[in-house]
Each structure stands twice: as C-alpha cells, then as structure tokens.
Design a protein. Structure first.
Length: 288
C-alpha cells in the first residue's frame, strides 16, 4: 500500500471522506472473515431473543433485555440479528451465519485478529498523517449487510463529542462493495454544517433505551455519490459527513469491518451517548 499523500488528506478535509483502495491485503481480509466464522460458531443466542411472549409485562421485559444488551455492548462482543430470523425459542429459521446483521462493539479490544487490524502500523501511520495526537478507539463492528438499506445519517448523531469534528470512522471492505450489493453513498462536503439529530440515552424508566433529539432533514437522492470499493479498500469517514447504503439486491454478501476513533485531546465524550467507556474497558489508545 502506497503512503497517503498530503493531497489525499486535503481531499478528505474537503469531501468529508476518502477512499484508499488496497489498504489491507486480501490475506488480512480473509483472516477477519475466517475469524468471524469462528466467533459465530461459538455464538450463544442471548436470552432476550429466546422468550415466548405471553403477557404484556413479559414483552416489556424482553424489550428491556434487548435494550440492556445493546447499551452494555460497548465493552463486549455481542450479536445483533436480522428481523425474523429466530423463532420465540431462539432457534434459527435460516443458517446461523446469515441471521446476524452485525457483531459489536468491542472486537478491537477482545479479539486478537481484529485488535491487530485496528492497531496495525498502517492505521497508526494514517492517524499520524491526519494529525491525530491522542486518538482512542471507541467502538468496532463487523457488518454483514445481508439485505437492509441504511438510511442517510451522520456518525456523530450516535457518537457525540464536544467539540464536534473529533470522530473518525474507518470502514474496511472485506469483499468488493458494489452498487448492487450495497456500497456506501456520500454527500461530498456535507460534514461542515454540524449535526441535526442526536441519539441519547433515555431517562431511566422510559420504554426505550435511547431516544432521538432533533430530526434528520430530507436529503435529495441526487446529492449522493456512490463509493464502490474493492476488497481490502478503506473508506475514511468524517463524523459529520452524511452517508447511507442502499439495500443489497445481489446474491453476494458485503462484509465490512468498521471502527471509530476519537481525538481525545481537548475533547469531551458526551455522557448522553449510548456507548460509554467502562472500568473494564476505558477507550484504548490507537497508538501502541
């Protein structure tokens, strides 16, 4: 992989994203894919996915179970399923590996393969070129992208910092991402207007675990540019750039590994974010 140029970094600041083809080797991508197969093979279906409803109260308990499972996933490796893939006893209605939509949010901390990728020398070098002084890793996810579209959003809606502009996403294509199988689309330059919506932890006792403050504006489809990328490519994503993915209309999957980094120097992580560092896992430094 060629070194990132100053020109490319300027382009990132202008557009809010940067495509770096062949950043990771095919071998590195395959190691992540085979590791995720091992993780799925050992997967336990979480209890909240296994309840047979009978009363409203039990349904509420299940909803609570599933929100607790999500809210406390920041320092664990947890499984999030596509809708309708499990029966009420927690048995799979389709093959296990096709049932998971994503695995998160601490693969970077607890799995040796994903940890090595997240902290790889080339990622650290890229952080330094971007001028990051005290970058920390806040979360990671393995995304299977079987079917669903992801609506236009800004990552800072979910990972809020004061000031803004301190969150950076690293999105790695583990297979070719095409317009047919759901590549990412961006609105170039949309990272300069702040954010319009925040996802915050709901007050305790609320029926949902998180709520949205503000609203997502209506975006014009014509503003979006598709970013197809080959296996091993990396897309750098500014925390405020607007992006989406369309549904996967192909026969092929579109696996990706993604992690988010925060420049911790002079930055406050919002106490209202769903994701919080824990004593077991304070946000680890990107630089080793």
């Amino acid at each position: 992989m060629a070194s990132v140029t100053q020109q490319q970094i300027q382009k990132f600041h202008k557009d809010g994203f940067l495509v770096l083809e062949q950043f990771f080797s095919a071998e590195e991508c395959d190691s992540m894919r085979s590791q995720i197969q091992k993780i799925i093979a050992g997967m336990e279906v979480p209890p909240h996915c296994r309840t047979e409803f009978s009363t409203r109260e039990e349904e509420q308990l299940q909803a609570q179970g599933s929100s607790d499972y999500f809210l406390t996933s920041g320092d664990k490796i947890r499984f999030f399923f596509e809708k309708g893939v499990l029966d009420e006893k927690g048995n799979f209605l389709i093959p296990k590996e096709k049932s998971v939509s994503k695995i998160g949010h601490a693969l970077h901390a607890y799995d040796p393969v994903f940890k090595q990728i997240t902290h790889s020398p080339k990622v650290q070098e890229l952080g330094r070129k971007l001028g990051l002084e005290r970058p920390v890793v806040v979360q990671s996810m393995y995304i299977f992208k079987s079917l669903l579209a992801v609506t236009p959003h800004q990552d800072a809606t979910f990972l809020h910092t004061e000031p803004l502009g301190r969150i950076l996403g690293f999105w790695i294509a583990l297979e070719d991402a095409t317009q047919e199988n759901g590549c990412l689309w961006f609105i170039p330059g949309s990272h300069t207007n702040g954010i319009t919506r925040r996802m915050v932890r709901a007050a305790s006792g609320a029926s949902t675990c998180v709520e949205f403050v503000g609203s997502e504006p209506a975006y014009d489809d014509k503003q979006f540019t598709p970013l197809p990328i080959s296996k091993g490519g990396l897309i750098l994503i500014h925390g405020e750039v607007v992006h989406k993915s369309e549904l996967n209309s192909s026969e092929s999957s579109r696996h990706a590994f993604t992690f988010h980094v925060m420049e911790a120097k002079g930055t406050t992580w919002s106490k209202e974010n769903w994701l919080q560092p824990t004593p077991e896992l304070p946000f680890p430094s990107l630089y080793t």
